[in-house]
Design a protein around this ligand. Structure first.
Ligand SMILES: [Zn+2]
Length: 356
């Protein structure tokens, strides 16, 4: 049975998100979650998924959302991040069905100080639910890993109670992903908190599963955002197996946890494979796809530089027009192509190929 016998094409919500992740878990693959910042990057991601016949996760960060709305907008009350996230969601919803693949539409890390952003997206979900009986997004991440475990769990439970009735998935983080991403700098945190303990994961599972089944956990196992890795932090994907085993023994179900892999840039294919075998269903990819988007545009500009100095006049003649070189549909498209290739590579690394 293929995935499209289980869930529809387009943006998934409610139990369909869990059905997708169950399918991934059963078939031992994971789905990359690609950060997008524009309709151009979102389309390139959808195009990649369409080409390899696989589901995909599209996500926006708080900063990426603000960019989507426009860097010229004020964001002191998260108004640009809210507007941009909503705009990105509507864009993806509008075109996703045309690409014919199931899509999980997600918002990335939301730390305590960014909760007004989360509240704004949730209000948009609730308004959308009133009209369409489903939320605008598929899922949201709350990242309160800098708070105490008790406060982290209590805040997640509070929000999850509001999310469950409208069919939203919750991703939470416990333990800290090292490195620096989107203005949150964790390069200085002590090593112990870069590895989550199995007991902590079970505490999260217990508290959230009393509210609903549709949640996932980003557990720190030595992962670091970005490509810089401090030498004394080592990725330990085996820790994820211990989390599954510990919670499994408590609740009597096989692989009860839906795990998320953050900060995977630079991981070896073996480390990724091990993580997936322990129930990782989603792996975030941002740094590498940012670089891939640049590559096509950079190469185009370098190779065609003599056609880009003026609107008219190039090596073929002083009267030759350059419109077919400076039209954004030409040079931005080159970035979309190289981004799409990198997304396909991320899918291949996770076994997310030909899954429909
Ligand atoms: Zn992350």
């Amino acid at each position: 049975m293929g995935l499209l016998d289980i869930v529809p094409a387009g943006v998934l919500t409610g139990d369909n998100v869990r059905k997708l992740f169950d399918y991934a878990k059963q078939n031992k693959f994971a789905i990359p979650a690609i950060n997008v910042t524009s309709s151009s990057t979102a389309n390139a991601v959808l195009e990649a998924a369409r080409d390899i016949k696989s589901p995909i996760i599209i996500q926006v960060s708080q900063g990426g959302s603000a960019y989507f709305a426009g860097k010229g907008l004020a964001n002191d009350k998260q108004q640009a991040s809210i507007a941009g996230a909503v705009a990105a969601a509507h864009h993806v919803r509008t075109v996703a069905k045309a690409y014919g693949v199931p899509v999980v539409l997600h918002s990335d890390h939301c730390a305590h100080k960014l909760l007004p952003w989360f509240d704004g997206m949730l209000e948009a979900d609730e308004a959308y639910f009133k009209e369409h009986q489903e939320p605008l997004f598929s899922s949201h991440m709350l990242d309160l890993s800098e708070e105490s475990k008790e406060e982290n769990i209590a805040t997640c439970v509070k929000y999850f109670k509001r999310m469950v009735p409208i069919g939203l998935w919750l991703e939470m983080e416990i333990g800290i992903t090292g490195g620096e991403e989107d203005g949150v700098d964790n390069t200085g945190v002590d090593n112990a908190s870069l590895y989550t303990q199995p007991e902590d994961i079970y505490d999260v599972y217990k508290a959230l599963s009393e509210v609903g089944p549709n949640f996932s956990i980003a557990a720190a196992f030595g992962n670091v955002h970005g490509v810089y890795k401090p030498g004394n932090v080592k990725l330990q994907p085996e820790l994820l197996g211990k989390h599954q085993a510990f919670t499994s023994a408590k609740v009597g179900a096989e692989k009860p946890l839906y795990l998320v892999f953050h900060g995977g840039s630079g991981s070896t294919k073996d480390e990724i494979k091990t993580a997936v075998s322990y129930g990782v269903v989603k792996m975030n990819v941002d740094t590498d796809t940012q670089f891939a988007y640049l590559a096509g545009i950079r190469d185009f500009v370098i190779n065609k530089k003599d056609y880009l100095h003026a609107q008219v006049g190039n090596p073929e003649g002083a009267d030759k027009p350059n419109k077919k070189f400076y039209d954004p549909r030409v040079w931005v498209r080159e970035g979309e192509k190289t981004l799409s290739v990198r997304v396909k590579e991320a899918c291949a690394d996770l076994g997310n190929v030909d899954r429909l």
